[in-house]
Design a protein. Structure first.
Length: 289
């Protein structure tokens, strides 16, 4: 099926991706509050690497074709950056909770727009800069600096958002020379190698119940990525991207219902401002596309 010919299916798949990844975030929060973050992310990456190698092996040319890249250094750095970003974000879940972490992380599309100029040499017009500025006001609403209740830990998901934005821009950069399959292969394998080098030092015995949750975490990760690939195969990225914001809504629901988190009014207002600015930025990109 060629790209961009079934927007309705693409939107349905993107909402399914949001549900699966929100579930994954809830499981990550549970496991990382019981065990070391590096160990949890390492085991998740083992399964992810096995998943990407299996997909590569089934395609024409096999693993060798998937591994062939014109930019091995950038591809390797992308993989390391995503693995580090996941560790930072999962840490944010355990410190801040899902609601606040996702509300701040929602700024990443605005950071992509802001950094696309210096990183990719793309033109960013005054309207998009205005949207980026408005989105940053939303972030300040959530962080509440200067009100005597500023939590320095709230900066953790913002660091995660910057890292994920850089990962996204580097993915766009290597897409000029490498296929999606190659980028996917390098993401899984380099991340698994890096996390193994770190995570083995933090190994802890897990209970049988938590091994079941670990299995669920690995399955949701692979299912989410498979749905995402399928989503981009059937629909234009610009048409489905706004629906990725549903992950924040579903993850907040998981945080409130399962972990007893509270939804603060400043977080709600800030998240609404960030999402509105992000949607405007995506709309401008589509207009100019």
């Amino acid at each position: 099926m060629s790209a961009g010919n079934n927007t309705r299916l693409g939107i349905a798949l993107m909402i399914a991706v949001s549900v699966v990844f929100a579930g994954q975030d809830g499981i990550s929060r549970h496991l990382a509050s019981e065990y070391n973050v590096y160990m949890v992310v390492m085991i998740r990456y083992w399964f992810f690497a096995a998943f990407v190698v299996t997909i590569a092996a089934r395609k024409a040319g096999g693993v060798a074709a998937a591994a062939r890249t014109k930019r091995p250094v950038v591809q390797g750095f992308r993989g390391l950056l995503l693995a580090a970003e996941i560790c930072v974000m999962v840490s944010a879940f355990t410190i801040l909770g899902l609601v606040e972490s996702h509300a701040v992380f929602a700024a990443y599309p605005l950071l992509v727009a802001a950094l696309s100029g210096p990183v990719l040499g793309e033109h960013v017009g005054w309207r998009r800069w205005a949207a980026i500025g408005v989105g940053f006001v939303g972030v300040l609403f959530i962080l509440k600096p200067g009100l005597g209740v500023f939590n320095p830990a709230a900066v953790i998901p913002l660091i995660s958002a910057v890292m994920f934005a850089m990962y996204g821009l580097l993915t766009r950069y290597v897409a000029r020379d490498d296929s999606t399959a190659t980028s996917f292969f390098w993401t899984g394998t380099t991340g698994a190698v890096a996390m193994t080098c770190v995570g083995l030092w933090f190994w802890e015995p897990m209970t049988g119940t938590d091994w079941a949750w670990m299995g669920a975490l690995c399955m949701t990760g692979s299912l989410g990525h498979w749905l995402l690939i399928r989503c981009y195969e059937v629909a234009e990225a610009s048409a489905v991207q706004p629906f990725a914001y549903f992950q924040m809504v579903f993850a907040a629901g998981v945080g409130i219902v399962l972990f007893g988190e509270a939804l603060q009014i400043n977080v709600l207002i800030g998240a609404a401002i960030i999402v509105a600015a992000g949607l405007f930025t995506l709309w401008r990109e589509r207009q100019q596309g």
